[in-house]
Design a protein around this ligand. Structure first.
Ligand SMILES: [Zn+2]
Length: 236
């Protein structure tokens, strides 16, 4: 019931001010967007220090993190909003061999679809990441193994039990029930009242001709990135 009323609130707000296409594609700077807040150092580490989230996302996260703390669980954001330009840097460094993927220089992979698929194991194409939206974040460690024992397991068990109480959900779940796209990511959590609306808008407004402006973008349509990856999520 709570989730539904929050959903209705945002649905009404969006009906009055539909989200713009450039927003969905991450083509903006959150540092200059009044809808975003910067993350306090108490909740952020690494690239998320001085990072940004949508105000609504951060407020819900803060409530969740404080509740977790009372249960002895420390939730730390390690990556928050990444816009098109920052995703383009990550993607192109892998595409052009500057960043190795599993120890491999990908310029040796001549089949471009194959090259893109290798990057997609770990990274999104610019213009297709949920991190563009200010609704999604990576918590504690980018490593499923970390969450399988000790402190990491305790964190993951807390999240799977309680995150939904704060309207957060793990979109890249274990690949059961035919979910397509990215592998499981136990660290990636999404603030559903906003992200479900942005996903709906994305489906309506974005087509393959909008996925452009970076090396390898010609593989987006052949790989059906929107259908297989953007829509390949466990929570709607
Ligand atoms: Zn993520």
């Amino acid at each position: 019931m709570k989730l539904f009323s929050v959903f209705l609130f945002f649905a009404t707000a969006l009906a009055q001010n539909p989200v713009e296409k450039n927003y969905l594609l991450g083509r903006f700077d959150p540092a200059f967007d009044p809808r975003f807040v910067s993350l306090p150092a108490a909740y952020a580490q690494g690239s998320a220090l001085n990072g940004f989230l949508r105000k609504e996302t951060f407020e819900a996260f803060q409530k969740m993190a404080e509740a977790a703390k009372k249960d002895g669980v420390n939730l730390i954001i390690i990556s928050a909003t990444r816009n098109f330009d920052s995703q383009k840097r990550i993607w192109e460094n892998k595409w052009n061999g500057k960043t190795k993927v599993e120890g491999k220089d990908l310029t040796s992979v001549a089949d471009l679809k194959k090259r893109a698929r290798l990057i997609l194991l770990f990274s999104s194409m610019p213009g297709t990441s949920r991190h563009h939206w200010g609704t999604d974040m990576d918590l504690n460690a980018l490593d499923n193994l970390y969450f399988s024992s000790g402190e990491g397991l305790k964190i993951y068990q807390w999240l799977t039990t309680h995150a939904s109480e704060y309207d957060f959900c793990q979109p890249y779940s274990a690949k059961i029930d035919g979910r397509t796209g990215y592998e499981e990511e136990k660290w990636h959590w999404s603030y559903l009242p906003l992200s479900r609306l942005f996903l709906e808008e994305y489906k309506k407004q974005i087509s393959y001709s909008d996925i452009k402006g970076f090396d390898g973008s010609e593989t987006a349509e052949p790989l059906q990135i929107i259908d297989n990856y953007v829509r390949g999520v466990a929570c709607h």
